[in-house]
Structures are given as structure tokens and as C-alpha cells.
Write a protein that binds this ligand. Structure first.
Ligand SMILES: Cc1ncc(COP(=O)(O)O)c(C=O)c1O
Length: 399
């Protein structure tokens, strides 16, 4: 796509992509004054990071003002900023497979304190952290795991718990907040008790924040109730906390207050925390000793991993400030979209609790909307990207 504002209907644009006027800067200013609602300008300013750039890419300048492309697909598309890259370059390292990497050890100790667990173990991905946790808890083949129908572990991790661990997953319907019905959970936990026919339930997995419901935060009381229920029947609770820090920041509580309702936890560094790679498993000492063995068996043992742990430490140190900003930006984006009052796209800002915005698309296939929005390429800037939303939605309304 050419840089510069999209040509309005009836206005031609030369093949060079430049507007048909002698002064492109003046043309940009004029176009923006005519076409940009004030709300979009505010959104643009809100979406433009001022100091640290983990998630936006400088793409050039409009009328001398630096502009950025913001990739809103996922919090995994972040790129390490200068401080993170420096920390990686300067990390003191050793062979972590011998337990000799000081930066990995520092990360594991720091995270254990933050999460209020005895030990943590650094692993390459959150998928591996979840799989290791399930394998540690479910020691016999065919043991049962209860989890939400749409949770990441069930839908997006290739059924690794069945494929690799021989664990039988039983999904329950997710309620709108990402919770499970407690009565149904109890029915399933108890169904196999003393039965030679049913699988034996050993584990419940929860996800916080809950991605498929739009980054919703599980209520603390719900977590407490699930844990009490599990304890009553000798079942354990694992928390997929890929975005645990988002939940903690949204609730305004230390992450340990959430983790205290679980027997193990995973946490991912390569999502909102902005690191390029890495996750961890947290739990009691003997659990983590077993997790270490399983990480090795799964091929996840690493050597001079301090280079990666250093990035994770920076992500953790900055988490509160960065995630608060992300959550505010998600709120502003949702409210801005709502103000557009499009019959095609609707959003419920009250459902935006963390860093995700779920947009409902009516009247045309979502693929069609994506196709039209695709015209916002890496060569265009944030302001144009937001302008494009308005432009596409206006066209769809009238056309
Ligand atoms: C909730 C949740 N759990 C686990 C994962 C897996 O993380 P990874 O990509 O590090 O394996 C993801 C990835 O998006 C996720 O959203």
C-alpha cells in the first residue's frame, strides 16, 4: 500500500501513491482535518508509545511527526525494546542444564517470590509449562483432566496431554466470564469415585486471564471455590497463567494472591511481558524437581539460557507499568470503536478487562472485513490504520 491517506471516492491517486497535489504535507494536513473525527486523533495519540517501544514499530513520519504501526493481532507480536536487548547482550550466563546459569537462577528465584511458590522452572514455552504440569500431576495413564471447552490447553496445544502424557481430557462448557459451572465440576469430579469404569479425575485446569472469552479475569472467589472443591476430593488445580500478570494488574493484587488457590502455575514471558521467548512452571519443591526431569525428557533443557532469562527479568520488572498501559489502551480502543456506532462492528467495552478487545462483526463475513482492513499494511502508520477503520466502516454503512 502507498503511504499517505487513502484516496476518497472519486479522487484519483497517481500510481506513485502520492496525492495529486504539489505539497504532500499540506495535503496530509488538509485531508486529516476534513476526515478525522477528534476521537480517532485521541485514539492515535493513546496508541502511540512515548518512551519504550515493545509492541509498535516506527514506520516513518507524517508531516514531521514520528508515527508507528501498531499490530493488534496478538500480544505475542511484541519486539524487545532497547533495555531488554541490552540486558540480553550483557547477561551473565552458564550451563543451565548443570544448574549453573546465574541469570536463570535469578529469574527462577525472583519469580518464585513473586508467585508465592517454593520453586519455579524456566522452560521454552507456555505449552511446555502446561504439559509438564499436567504430566507431574497425572501420574497414571488414562487419568482425567477437567478443563474448559475453549481453553488454550484443550484447543491449541495439539492435545499434547493425550498424545504425549496419556491423559484423558474432559471439557466443560465455558461460561461467559471464562469460568466453569461449579455444580457441573463437582458432578464430574465425583462421578468416577470408587467406579471401576470411569476415568479417575486427578486435575482441574483453569486459565487466567481467559483468552477465548476476551482476556477476562477469573474472580478470586471463584478460584477459592474451585480449590476448595478440588481439595475436598483429592484433586489438584493447575492454573494456565500465561497472562497471570495481566490478571494481577487488572485486579490490583500481587500475583501470589491468585496463585495461592492453585497447586501449580504456568506463566509466559513472551506475551504482554514482551520477552522473545520463555515461560515458567511454579509449584512446590518436589513438583519442580519432577518438572525438571520432564523438561529434560521433552527436550526443553537449555544451556546458556541466561540470555533469555535476562529478557524475562526485564519483562517482569516492567510488568505493572506496561500492562496497565496496555489495558488502558485496550479500553480506549474499545470505547473508540463503540463511538463509531457502526452497524457492522460492535464491541462491549465493559467486557474489556485486560489487553484483549473482542469485536463482533455483523452483516458480513469477518473475513471480508479483514480483507478490507488488510489494505492497512506495514507501510501505513497508526493514524492511517485508525482512519482506515473509520473509512471502511463508513463505506460499509453507506455502500
Ligand atoms: C492462555 C495461553 N496458554 C498457553 C499458551 C501457549 O504459549 P506458548 O505459545 O508460549 O506455547 C498461549 C499462547 O498464546 C495462551 O494464550
Amino acid at each position: 500500500m502507498p503511504r499517505g491517506p487513502p484516496a476518497s471516492p472519486g479522487q484519483s491517486r497517481p500510481k506513485s501513491g502520492k496525492p495529486c497535489h504539489s505539497d504532500p504535507a499540506e495535503e496530509d494536513r488538509g485531508w486529516r482535518a476534513r476526515h478525522y473525527p477528534a476521537m480517532l486523533r485521541r485514539l492515535t495519540r493513546a496508541a502511540t508509545p512515548r518512551q519504550r517501544v515493545f509492541w509498535a514499530r516506527r514506520s516513518g513520519s507524517l508531516a514531521g511527526v514520528p508515527t508507528y504501526v501498531v499490530d493488534l493481532r496478538s500480544d505475542t507480536v511484541t519486539k524487545p525494546g532497547p533495555a531488554m536487548r541490552r540486558a540480553m547482550a550483557e547477561a551473565v550466563v552458564g550451563d543451565d542444564d548443570y544448574g549453573e546459569d546465574p541469570t536463570v537462577r535469578e529469574l527462577q528465584a525472583t519469580a518464585a517470590e513473586l508467585l508465592g511458590v517454593e520453586r519455579t522452572l524456566f522452560v521454552p514455552t507456555n505449552t511446555m509449562a502446561n504439559l509438564i504440569s499436567v504430566m507431574c500431576h497425572c501420574r497414571r495413564r488414562g487419568s482425567q483432566l477437567l478443563l474448559g471447552h475453549e481453553c488454550h490447553l484443550h484447543v491449541y496445544e495439539q492435545g499434547g496431554v493425550a498424545q504425549i502424557a496419556g491423559v484423558h481430557s474432559h471439557p466443560l462448557p465455558d461460561l461467559p466470564h471464562g469460568t466453569l459451572d461449579l455444580a457441573e465440576l463437582e458432578r464430574l469430579v465425583t462421578r468416577g469415585l470408587g467406579s471401576p469404569y470411569h476415568p479417575v479425575c486427578e486435575l482441574i485446569c483453569l486459565e487466567n486471564t481467559h483468552s477465548s472469552s476476551g482476556g477476562r479475569v477469573l474472580p478470586m472467589e471463584y478460584l477459592r471455590q474451585v480449590h476448595l472443591l478440588a481439595q475436598r476430593y483429592g484433586v489438584r488445580v493447575h492454573l494456565d497463567g500465561a497472562r497471570l500478570m495481566n490478571a494481577a494488574v487488572a485486579l490490583g493484587v500481587p500475583p501470589a494472591c491468585i496463585v495461592e488457590h492453585c497447586d501449580s502455575v504456568s506463566l509466559c514471558f513472551s506475551k504482554g511481558l514482551g520477552a522473545p521467548v520463555g515461560a515458567l512452571v511454579g509449584g512446590p519443591k518436589d513438583f519442580i524437581e519432577e518438572a525438571w526431569r520432564l523438561r529434560k525428557a521433552l527436550g526443553g533443557g537449555m544451556r546458556q539460557a541466561g540470555v533469555l532469562a535476562a529478557a524475562a527479568l526485564v519483562g517482569l520488572a516492567d510488568a505493572e507499568e506496561m500492562l496497565q498501559r496496555d489495558h488502558q489502551n485496550a479500553q480506549r480502543f474499545a470505547r473508540g470503536l463503540q463511538e463509531l456506532a457502526s452497524p457492522v462492528c460492535s464491541v462491549d467495552p465493559t467486557a474489556v478487562e485486560t489487553n484483549m478487545v473482542m469485536v463482533r462483526v455483523d452483516g458480513l463475513p469477518p473475513e471480508e472485513l479483514c480483507r478490507r482492513l488488510q489494505a492497512v499494511s506495514a507501510d501505513e502508520d497508526t493514524e492511517l490504520a485508525l482512519g482506515k477503520w473509520a473509512f471502511v466502516l463508513r463505506t460499509l454503512r453507506t455502500g
